[in-house]
Ligand binder design. Structure first.
Ligand code: FES
Length: 140
């Protein structure tokens, strides 16, 4: 191998490692725990867009997160990612069973976002929710 061939070989080897490394990294990210976007937002509960949250069992979608009111207590709110980890359908909140339900193939998640039934392979991400007056902040 002459000097020119050596440099060509070295450049190809480095490129191969870089591509392989990023491929493995993307595979790693897709097979970890709870799935959902990183968010940090505040909503005003007085805004009519969020009136469903005035009563237990109501829910709204904000920035790919479903926020549900699970009780009439002041801090009775839960927020999880709205996208089912099976094939990406949007989950709803079922007040009677206090679960998040995917209408596509019957996947269900508990209030922590853990899978309790059906085909979803991973939990959905649960977010921190804090209330200050009429402002509800969701982050995580
Ligand atoms: S997409 Fe939710 S269970 Fe299949």
């Amino acid at each position: 191998m002459n000097r020119k061939d050596f440099f060509k070989f070295s450049a190809l080897a480095i490129a191969g490692v870089a591509v392989g490394g990023s491929f493995l990294e993307s595979c790693k990210k897709s097979t970890t725990g709870p799935q959902g976007p990183d968010v940090n937002f505040t909503i005003d509960l007085n805004d009519s867009k969020y009136s469903a949250l005035s009563a237990s069992g109501g829910y709204v979608y904000v920035q790919n997160v479903i926020i549900a009111r699970i009780s009439d207590m002041l801090d009775g709110f839960i927020a999880v990612a709205q996208t089912c980890t099976h094939q990406g359908c949007t989950v709803t909140y079922a007040r009677g069973s206090q679960t998040f339900v995917c209408p596509c193939h019957g996947g269900t998640y508990d209030l922590n976002g853990n899978v309790t039934a059906g085909p979803p392979p991973y939990p959905i991400k649960r977010y921190s929710v804090s209330r200050s007056g009429n402002n509800l902040t969701v982050s995580g």
